[in-house]
Design a protein around this ligand. Structure first.
Ligand SMILES: *Cc1c(COP(=O)(O)O)cnc(C)c1O
Length: 355
């Protein structure tokens, strides 16, 4: 086991490797097993798997806690929301990931919880809403508005009220934000995005330092069975091995594209939180121009999802479930690790055609 003092790039490459013994594989094998010989700790394939374990060790080390992997980000979100007692209140950003907002609405419509959606940039409003909350959900930056929350202030108010605090760290990745160091209770990831990073696997993860919460969440996963596939865990672990390189390059590209986009006459507004690889732009000529843009490029692929090595973009309001507070002509761009000049040439040609 590597030491705790190692830096993130070294943890990303080394944690979860088998012991270096003669003829041992360098990387953890894909273990296909639904059942194990009786008498051990695992027994059955829904309770554990060596390939998941390696992934969990690696992501846990980067976030600074213990990790439980899930079949998808939303399976992890649902398992956390299950912690909320009958009829109790959840505070969450109105611009949380759309699937999270839909889960909250579904739970509320069935009388399970009370959902209180807030403007995450209005810290006073969020802090006031925490008073009688049972769980406070944060996503920072939000998807796709790219708003930033004051995590320490909200965390303090939530703990004052005895509420759990959760941060969806999908956009920031543990390389840009470590919520557990801000005394947050639970971090959740759609590992489908930056963690796996190649647009080929769905996976989710929950990380916590609280031993009791870890046991409760692990038991819920065992019970519900929202477990990942072994191949997915292998792919996501392979993704982690280059996470630092991909995040650095995507961020470098994004910063350069922000500078160029801000100068382009077709672009009304550029939203960028100052780190990471996601940019949201609002086009001056409206939704139709935004749709046209997504059909006029050849390198930029029109697709939902984000965090892969390839650059993708979409007009978010093409989804009817996207809130009306997101501008109609907002295009969310997930910047990949290609050559930035090629990305810009492709984008600029399409933007030039709009003006
Ligand atoms: C995609 C996403 C999710 C949901 O994860 P899936 O792996 O698609 O189930 C949750 N939160 C954020 C911020 C996301 O971008």
């Amino acid at each position: 086991m590597p030491e705790k003092s190692l830096r993130p790039a070294t943890l990303a490459v080394t944690v979860g490797r088998p012991d270096a013994e003669p003829d041992a594989p360098l990387n953890v094998p894909i273990t296909m097993a639904s059942t194990y010989v009786a008498g051990g700790d695992t027994e059955y394939g829904r309770y554990g798997n060596p390939t998941w374990q390696a992934f969990e060790d690696a992501l846990g080390s980067l976030e600074g806690g213990r990790c439980i992997s899930f079949a998808s980000g939303l399976a992890a979100v649902a398992t956390i929301l299950d912690l909320v007692g009958q009829g109790q209140k959840v505070v969450a950003p109105r611009h949380s990931y759309n699937g999270t907002v839909m889960q909250l609405a579904d739970l509320e419509s069935r009388g399970r919880i009370v959902a209180h959606l807030v403007d995450i940039t209005n810290t006073d409003e969020v802090v006031a809403a925490c008073a009688d909350a049972s769980l406070v959900w944060l996503e920072s930056p939000t998807n796709p508005a790219l708003e930033i929350a004051d995590i320490p202030a909200v965390r303090a108010a939530a703990h004052e009220a005895g509420a759990y605090v959760v941060v969806d760290n999908t956009f920031a990745t543990p390389l840009r934000q470590q919520p557990l160091d801000m005394d947050v209770d639970i971090v959740v990831h759609s590992a489908t995005k930056y963690i796996a990073g190649h647009s080929d696997a769905l996976m989710g993860a929950v990380i916590t330092r609280d031993a009791e919460l870890f046991d409760v969440l692990k038991k819920r996963r065992d019970l519900i069975g929202a477990v990942p596939g072994t191949l997915e865990a292998y792919l996501a672990l392979r993704g982690i091995r280059t996470l630092h390189l991909r995040v650095e390059r995507a961020e470098e590209n994004a910063k350069e594209l922000v500078r160029r986009l801000e100068e382009h006459p077709a672009v009304d507004e550029v939203r960028y939180p100052g780190f990471g690889g996601i940019i949201s732009v609002v086009l001056g000529q409206g939704a139709m121009a935004a749709d046209l843009l997504t059909r006029k490029t050849s390198l930029w692929i029109h697709a939902t999802s984000l965090g892969g090595v390839e650059s993708t973009f979409e007009r978010r309001r093409r989804w009817s479930s996207e809130p009306a507070t997101i501008p109609d002509a907002l295009v969310r761009m997930s910047v990949g690790v290609e050559d930035v000049d090629d990305l810009w040439d492709d984008l600029r040609r399409a933007l030039d055609d709009l003006v």
